[in-house]
Design a protein around this ligand. Structure first.
Ligand SMILES: [Zn+2]
Length: 431
């Protein structure tokens, strides 16, 4: 399949910043971008799409999510963190079966595709269900079966979570032409015994795994770890070998300077989740300092229970403004930095080196943003429009690996009405 986009404004990454070429052509051959330029290519195409009034850019990489948690959207929203988690979230999660998880996952996929997300990193149980849904949808994802253990007597050989994680890896890693990658995951320091964590990390490292963790999300978690082990959560994970292969850490709100040195030295990727951190009152991650140090920082929504949507343009907006406000300096973050966090940095974190940027030879993960909106006029600075003005409803088209999955409100691979029906059924059972 060969597709040509014509009359398009195209956001390109050149010499460390983003520039727009106007009224240009972009060609897609199979799953790759084959041409970008001002002159019309002479090849013949199966399909030509007129992108007049639209901006083409890389799709978004949502690097920290728990898809099925859309089923808990809005539940207990204004409660304190612990009350919300223990009295609202956990009792509902205990009732979830594969059927509800499938419905929730598919609802999350609908939302992400409509908002320009092409790939996401997920952490939830029953991940085979998520993998099947992702495979059928045409999206990309890095999936995990998170490992937890609260029982000090549990032995690694008896951990069904470790067994499920390895099974998922064997069954799904690099499936669907590498669209699906299987990562490893320890939920967090405070939800896993040292014995189970150490054994599982060894399994992950043997496979050169990419380890997805929650790290120093709150002051409480950070300080309790220091009291218990005499180590920060970063030091605890590092001592267990968690950063010896690849790893990425969500939140990182309360990292100490010495933690950041470890993160940099070990090449750990960080996922910034500004909405979740603000909503749950966790605090301001020192993202500007991490970026200055050269740490790769991507963006994520976290689950919809703590956000309450999966809207990457909203994360871009918040990441671009909250640090300026907190540090009382309008130059701390800028559009180039934040757009790169949501695209190229996220693709790198996922181990997708040929994604996250519109360039010839890269995978065709492309979105079109409609500029035909009052809040996106006048068109003077497209980068600023995307960062500070655009809404997810401005996303007109989402293409993954050269296939259009969403266009002008219409889903090409997912049945929205059926998914809404399944969600209603799930909600009746859960609540
Ligand atoms: Zn999370």
């Amino acid at each position: 399949m060969k597709t040509l986009f014509k009359n398009a404004d195209i956001l390109l990454f050149e010499n460390g910043i983003y520039n727009v070429i106007k009224n240009a052509y972009l060609a897609v051959d199979g799953n790759k971008i084959s041409y970008i330029g001002k002159d019309e290519p002479s090849d013949s195409f199966d399909e030509t799409k007129d992108m007049h009034g639209k901006l083409l850019m890389s799709g978004f990489y949502n690097c920290h999510n728990h898809c099925p948690m859309v089923l808990l959207r809005g539940v207990g929203s204004d409660l304190p963190l612990n009350e919300w988690l223990f009295n609202k979230v956990f009792p509902i999660e205990d009732k979830l079966t594969a059927e509800e998880i499938e419905a929730g996952t598919k609802l999350a996929l609908l939302e992400m595709l409509a908002g320009g997300t092409v790939s996401f990193s997920d952490m939830y149980f029953e991940p085979q269900v998520t993998a099947r849904a992702v495979a059928d949808s045409g999206m990309k994802a890095n999936l995990t079966r998170p490992v937890q253990s609260f029982d000090p007597n549990e032995e690694p050989k008896d951990s069904f979570r470790i067994a499920q994680s390895l099974e998922l890896y064997n069954e799904w890693n690099k499936a669907e032409n590498d669209r699906i990658l299987i990562d490893f995951s320890i939920h967090a320091e405070y939800t896993c015994t040292e014995k189970i964590a150490r054994a599982y990390i060894e399994e992950s490292n043997k496979r050169k795994g990419n380890l997805h963790i929650h790290l120093s999300e709150t002051v409480k978690e950070h300080n309790e770890c220091k009291e218990k082990y005499g180590k920060t959560p970063t030091e605890w994970f590092n001592a267990l070998g968690a950063f010896d292969s690849r790893a990425f850490a969500a939140h990182c709100v309360t990292l100490e300077d010495s933690d950041m040195d470890i993160i940099l030295q070990k090449g750990v990727n960080v996922v910034h989740n500004p909405t979740s951190n603000m909503k749950l009152g966790s605090g301001f991650a020192r993202i500007p300092k991490m970026l200055d140090m050269g740490i790769n920082v991507a963006l994520g929504t976290d689950g919809a229970a703590s956000n309450n949507n999966l809207d990457m343009l909203e994360e871009i907006h918040l990441a671009s403004v909250i640090h300026n406000g907190y540090m009382q300096d309008a130059t701390v973050m800028n559009a180039d930095t934040v757009i790169k966090m949501a695209t190229k940095n996220g693709a790198l974190l996922q181990g997708r080196d040929d994604c996250g940027e519109l360039k010839v030879g890269n995978k065709a993960d492309i979105i079109a943003i409609s500029l035909d909106k009052p809040h996106l006029r006048p068109i003077i600075d497209e980068k600023a429009l995307i960062t500070y003005s655009a809404q997810s409803s401005d996303v007109y088209m989402t293409m993954v690996d050269g296939k259009v999955l969403y266009e002008n409100g219409e889903y090409k691979t997912l049945d929205k009405e059926k998914i809404y029906y399944d969600i209603e059924k799930a909600i009746k059972k859960l609540y």
